[in-house]
Design a protein around this ligand. Structure first.
Ligand SMILES: [Zn+2]
Length: 156
């Protein structure tokens, strides 16, 4: 089954209007009422990743996490803040690695969280393990700016 991911309802942070936001689309979603960019956070798995992440026309931050992973629960809210700050310029794709064995193998996930920055289906940077919010922000900004960011290894 190659299910089309369900749209999410996202309240606009500017006017409160509730929008149906698709999991995949050209460009990035805007509020139907005030036309400000909406925060784009989408779940993906082995079947939907290509459509949701690799074909996205904005840069993608991939969060490979698992429900039992404590550090993931600390990092995920920080990533959602970054996605909100960069609304219209970044898509956050969350992958439950327990449900995505093929992606876990493809990206050689040995520890979670594993974070990837992708553009046009290519991995620009990766970060293994949790890191403080300011480190994640710098890492993300460097990756988006196209600076060569070496693979980093945080606390396991
Ligand atoms: Zn709005």
């Amino acid at each position: 089954m190659n299910a089309t991911p369900e749209p999410r309802i996202v309240a606009c942070s500017h006017c409160g209007h509730k929008n149906r936001v698709p999991a995949s689309a050209q460009g990035s979603p805007r509020c139907g009422h005030c036309h400000q960019a909406l925060t784009w956070v989408v779940d993906a798995d082995d079947d939907t990743f290509a459509e949701v992440a690799e074909r996205a026309t904005v840069p993608v931050l991939v969060d490979l996490w698992a429900p039992w992973c404590g550090p993931c629960r600390m990092v995920s809210p920080e990533l959602e803040k970054l996605a909100a700050e960069k609304a219209g310029r970044l898509k956050l794709v969350k992958v439950n690695s327990d449900d995505a064995p093929r992606l876990s193998q493809r990206f050689q996930v040995q520890a979670i969280p594993t974070l990837l920055v992708m553009r046009d289906g290519k991995v620009l940077a990766n970060q293994v393990g949790a890191a403080p919010a300011r480190v994640l922000r710098t890492w993300l900004d460097q990756a988006l700016a196209g600076e060569p960011a070496a693979a980093q290894r945080g606390q396991p």
